[in-house]
Design a protein around this ligand. Structure first.
Ligand SMILES: Nc1ncnc2c1ncn2[C@@H]1O[C@H](COP(=O)(O)OP(=O)(O)OP(=O)(O)O)[C@@H](O)[C@H]1O
Ligand code: SF4
Ligand SMILES: [Mg+2]
Length: 352
């Protein structure tokens, strides 16, 4: 573990009050896809960790490797073409990548649950939501049909679906997008997992419903003291719910920080670009900034810093040397716990 991740962990522990071992820790994870055109390096050495009661937001543009990392954790990567040439995925200190299939199954789905963006395709259209929720209890806990139905209603109440008792026999298409996403949350909660990975859980919803679903997720996470990994490409969504943020670019973490510090003082030009491209009320009327150019082709990631062709601060060294994720400090050298940046010029960005 690098110093940054260690300090990030220490900071999180103080907040979460747990015994010190992260719930989940991803170490130097690499994932590549062998395609006809070549090897696409989707994940290139990701490190992050989550403790009980903590929310980590993983942020980055489309194609930065957020979902592929989550799929590797859940064990649902397409292999082949996917391959994990290197790395560890530790659940309570044990590497899931070296466990037997049986051991892994005990964790994935029960201890770690996932919520996807598209509830309609994740739910079975020809079965009632009550049946699908109840199935979790029938299969995993051996409950009778009647008991399972009662549990399904309880869960629907829990995620605040109005008139749960009357609606338990309805089919997925009879619910609105926001309500369907609540059903997905209910399914993820059913077995009381320790960790939930939510991959763009509100992207398909309109803004007000987005906020309601996000608030519900945050509330349940606190109530159950679960770890939450919240994947999004929308910085606006995470400000109120996340404890810390990991920003991804081209399959690497380029910045990590406690959420409010990242907003106040980013230490990476990419993060600054993301922040400057959020619409803000106090900057009404001003033109919105957009990061120029496109995310890199993963078959041919630029040498040096992968962000260099798009970076307004790029210099010669950026085209030849890969910047490591290093701890960032105040100008007088004071440590900034949990903060790290993978930029040769983080000082200029943070203090400049
Ligand atoms: N089964 C696959 N075969 C080949 N390439 C894949 C496969 N799955 C993902 N990839 C590639 O891996 C890269 C990372 O994808 P990923 O889905 O993790 O991006 P993301 O950060 O989640 O983006 P988004 O915000 O669009 O969801 C992409 O370039 C994608 O095309
Ligand atoms: S290393 Fe160079 S190219 Fe990369 S973000 Fe920093 S300044 Fe920009
Ligand atoms: Mg994705």
């Amino acid at each position: 573990m690098t110093t940054i991740e260690k300090t990030a962990d220490d900071a999180a522990r103080q907040g979460a009050g747990d015994d010190g071992t992260p719930l989940l820790e991803v170490r130097d994870l690499h994932v590549e896809f062998h395609t006809r055109d070549g090897v696409a390096k989707a994940v290139n050495g990701v490190n992050y960790s989550v403790h009980a009661g903590e929310t980590l937001a993983v942020l980055g543009e489309s194609g930065s490797g957020k979902s592929v990392t989550a799929q590797a954790i859940m064990g649902i990567l397409d292999m082949p073409p996917g391959r994990i040439p290197q790395g560890q995925i530790l659940f309570r200190g044990e590497d899931m990548l070296t466990m037997s299939g049986e051991e892994r199954r005990k964790i994935r789905g029960r201890k770690i649950a996932m919520i996807f963006q598209d509830a309609l395709s994740a739910l079975n259209p020809v079965l009632s939501v009550g049946y699908q929720l109840g199935e979790m209890f029938r299969v995993h806990q051996g409950l009778s049909k009647k008991e399972a139905k009662a549990k399904a209603i309880e869960l629907m109440d829990r995620v605040r679906i109005p008139a749960a008792k009357e609606r338990v026999s309805d089919y997925p298409h009879q619910f609105s997008g926001g309500m369907r996403q609540r059903i997905m949350i209910a399914m993820a909660l059913a077995l009381e997992p320790d960790l939930i990975i939510a991959d763009e859980p509100t992207t398909a919803l309109d803004v007000t419903v987005q906020a309601q679903v996000m608030d519900l997720l945050a509330e349940l996470q606190r109530e159950f003291n679960m770890g939450l990994i919240l994947i999004t490409h929308d910085l606006g969504v995470v400000a109120d719910v996340a404890d810390k943020i990991a920003v991804m670019y081209a399959g690497r973490i380029v910045e990590t920080a406690p959420v409010h510090e990242l907003y106040k003082r980013p230490a990476h030009p990419y993060t600054r670009g993301l922040l400057d491209s959020i619409p803000r009320l106090d900057r009404k009327g001003q033109e919105l900034y957009a990061i120029k150019g496109l995310p890199p082709n993963l078959l041919k990631i630029p040498s040096g810093c992968a962000f260099n062709p798009r970076c307004p601060k790029a210099q010669d060294i950026c085209r030849t040397e890969v910047p490591a994720l290093v701890p960032v400090t105040e100008q007088d050298g004071t440590e900034l716990p949990g903060r790290g940046s993978a930029c040769h010029f983080w000082k200029e960005t943070l203090h400049g």
